[in-house]
Design a protein around this ligand. Structure first.
Ligand SMILES: *[C@@H]1O[C@H](CO)[C@@H](O)[C@H](O)[C@H]1NC(C)=O
Ligand SMILES: *[C@@H]1O[C@H](CO)[C@@H](O)[C@H](O)[C@H]1NC(C)=O
Ligand SMILES: *[C@@H]1O[C@H](CO)[C@@H](O)[C@H](O)[C@H]1NC(C)=O
Ligand SMILES: *[C@@H]1O[C@H](CO)[C@@H](O)[C@H](O)[C@H]1NC(C)=O
Ligand SMILES: *[C@@H]1O[C@H](CO)[C@@H](O)[C@H](O)[C@H]1NC(C)=O
Ligand SMILES: *[C@@H]1O[C@H](CO)[C@@H](O)[C@H](O)[C@H]1NC(C)=O
Ligand SMILES: *[C@@H]1O[C@H](CO)[C@@H](O)[C@H](O)[C@H]1NC(C)=O
Length: 555
């Protein structure tokens, strides 16, 4: 059993005995293909509402003339990595998409062996620019620049690579195999652009800093913006400001000043996970310094404690928000991906901002996704006695959006636990949904199977549990949130179907994205339950579950 897990400190931390409230929005988005056929060698592509197969690193989402653009790493020849181009789709709502011809494909000396990741930057005159990593004939990673051919075309269908390419090359000790993924550039108060490129020297991960007066001619700054020992290659770095006092609001990437903190995120190639720190951009030295206590290695904070990689944010100027978009890798085999005909999906775009306490980020799915909701099913003030399981009926459990808050009348009985040195992942596997506790485990069983012949022993044979347990560590209460990935009670694990469970806990303070491949709980055979396997009663203050319409994704 593979568990994803995370701690969070309850809202009522420190205050003993107060009513405790846990909120989770749990989105179950399913079925990117119409048919569920084990033997099919090719299946119809993406009919769900997550964005379509993106293989490997993603690129620069942005908004231009009111239209969202998403460009991503795509292999036009198959469901495996290779022949990478920048596929291109646009949207007016981040939910429904139309595809165009790839924006960028290998065509010049400095990208002939591949057009890898990069970012878009909107210049002050409104003109978008793409900086991306190209692979040259010597297999060196270099950085290239491109602009739209026709700025009057809101769909930006054609892009022109500048004749000065490559604009950055791996010289003076930069490892030519570890020099990639330029970020969105920012304009510093000295009137010069800055951009960082992910790199490493031995195990020292770093963000190489460049500056430019004109966006064409880039000069390397003699020190990295930031680096961290023993982290390995930094892929898809992201560096952006967040507002200290305005929750839910985003800032343009160039904003700096009072009441602004900066976030640096890196995707660690060695771990295949993403980590971020919160800190200060010290302009006078051109360095980023993480706050005291903000850990900048692989024991630090993550955007998501499940499958989530190669993410990027962009500033959505039309709604003053910063949007985070990540890639959800498969957890099946490459052979299965080839059989399926596709691999990888984009998570639902999320709003991202700094939590009030300033120590971590908060995320929530963009509101636009709610337009796909159909009539809700609601439960209110429903008691869940210890040991009970209750089905939430009349919802398409294979493709649903669920919001739930639990009310815990008393925490007196919470088990005590010394958190120091405890790994939540291990604790989740030791204290899974079926291991009784006092306050919890309670939560949701998604994609659960039900035996139609009503053989109780067959019920819930297959399920994905998203659950909580409350512990007491000295004077505070902590909530353990777990989401198990592919929890099958029988041996057959066939990676033939596609599903994602994205969970948001603690009002967006913790996120876990799970990749599951159900075998029984598919289409209308999927069911949704709430359960409480603790000894203490809990109640659902409110649960709303919506069946979800499909997004329109035109190829
Ligand atoms: C599954 O796909 C295979 C190969 O494409 C086809 O021969 C078979 O009829 C399909 N089965 C079903 C139940 O659709
Ligand atoms: C540029 O785009 C606009 C809007 O789509 C279009 O009307 C115009 O013909 C295009 N110009 C060229 C030179 O293609
Ligand atoms: C350069 O990067 C490549 C790819 O990660 C690695 O195999 C190689 O050891 C690196 N060379 C040095 C000198 O760090
Ligand atoms: C994607 O998932 C596969 C299978 O779980 C894993 O081997 C691979 O390392 C992952 N790649 C990334 C970039 O996360
Ligand atoms: C918790 O565990 C740590 C490490 O095992 C230990 O140093 C500490 O004294 C413990 N705290 C309490 C309150 O027992
Ligand atoms: C609750 O715990 C019992 C006993 O450990 C277990 O058999 C059952 O599967 C658990 N229920 C859920 C929903 O996990
Ligand atoms: C849970 O509620 C039931 C019925 O409402 C009650 O009989 C039982 O004592 C409660 N259990 C606890 C541990 O409070």
């Amino acid at each position: 059993m593979a568990f994803n897990a995370v701690w969070f400190i309850g809202l009522c931390a420190i205050l003993l005995g107060c009513g405790f409230h846990v909120e989770a929005s749990h989105q179950v988005y399913r079925y990117l293909q119409v048919h569920h056929n084990i033997t099919a060698t090719h299946q119809p592509y993406r009919t769900g509402y997550h964005f379509q197969p993106a293989k490997h690193w993603i690129n620069g989402p942005m908004i231009y003339k009111g239209i969202y653009h998403f460009m991503y790493q795509y292999n036009p020849r198959g469901a495996v990595w290779g022949h990478i181009v920048w596929a291109h789709a646009t949207s007016t709502d981040l939910v429904n998409w139309v595809h165009y011809e790839p924006a960028i494909k290998p065509s010049i000396e400095s990208d002939i062996k591949g057009c890898w990741s990069g970012s878009t930057t909107i210049l002050p005159d409104g003109k978008p620019a793409i900086l991306y990593t190209g692979i040259d004939p010597k297999k060196r990673q270099v950085q290239n620049l491109a602009f739209p051919k026709n700025l009057s075309d809101p769909y930006l269908r054609e892009w022109i690579k500048v004749t000065q390419n490559p604009v950055m090359t791996p010289i003076d000790g930069i490892n030519a195999s570890s020099f990639r993924d330029p970020t969105t550039a920012w304009l510093a108060p000295d009137g010069q652009w800055r951009v960082i490129i992910g790199s490493k020297i031995d195990r020292l991960g770093k963000a190489i800093l460049y500056k430019s007066k004109d966006f064409f001619k880039w000069e390397r700054v003699d020190h990295p913006l930031h680096s961290s020992e023993n982290t390995g290659m930094w892929e898809c770095p992201d560096f952006y400001p967040v507002s200290v006092n305005l929750q839910g609001v985003g800032l343009d990437t160039s904003v700096i000043g009072p009441n602004v903190k900066h976030v640096m995120k890196v995707s660690l190639d060695d771990k295949k996970d993403e980590y971020y720190t919160i800190g200060t951009y010290k302009l006078e030295k051109d360095i980023y310094v993480p706050d005291e206590g903000s850990i900048d290695d692989d024991s630090g904070l993550r955007y998501d404690y499940g499958k989530f990689y190669a993410s990027k944010t962009f500033f959505d100027s039309s709604k003053n928000r910063r949007i985070l978009w990540g890639w959800i890798n498969e957890s099946d085999s490459v052979t299965d991906d080839v059989k399926k005909g596709w691999s990888g999906v984009q998570a639902i775009p999320r709003n991202i901002w700094l939590d009030k306490a300033g120590k971590q980020l908060v995320q929530w799915p963009v509101a636009e996704i709610e337009n796909l909701r159909k009539t809700p099913v609601e439960l209110q003030n429903t008691q869940l006695n210890g040991g009970s399981v209750l089905e939430v009926t009349s919802v398409t459990a294979s493709q649903a959006d669920v919001e739930v808050s639990f009310n815990l009348p008393t925490l007196e009985k919470a088990e005590t636990l010394n958190l120091t040195g405890v790994n939540p992942q291990i604790l989740c596997s030791q204290k899974g949904a079926s291991v009784k506790g006092n306050v919890g485990p309670f939560g949701l069983l998604a994609l659960a199977s039900k035996d139609l012949l009503a053989l109780a022993s067959k019920d819930l044979e297959e399920q994905t549990a998203i659950f909580f347990r409350v512990f007491k560590d000295q004077e505070r209460f902590v909530v353990l949130m777990c989401s198990d990935q592919s929890r099958y009670m029988e041996l057959n694990v066939l990676q033939i179907d596609h599903s994602i469970v994205e969970s948001f806990g603690g009002k967006g303070k913790v996120c876990i994205t799970s990749r599951v491949y159900p075998e029984l709980a598919i289409f209308d055979k999927a069911h949704l339950y709430v359960f409480n396997n603790g000894t203490e009663n809990v109640s659902i203050s409110k649960l709303s579950a919506w069946s979800m319409n499909k997004a329109t994704i035109i190829n």
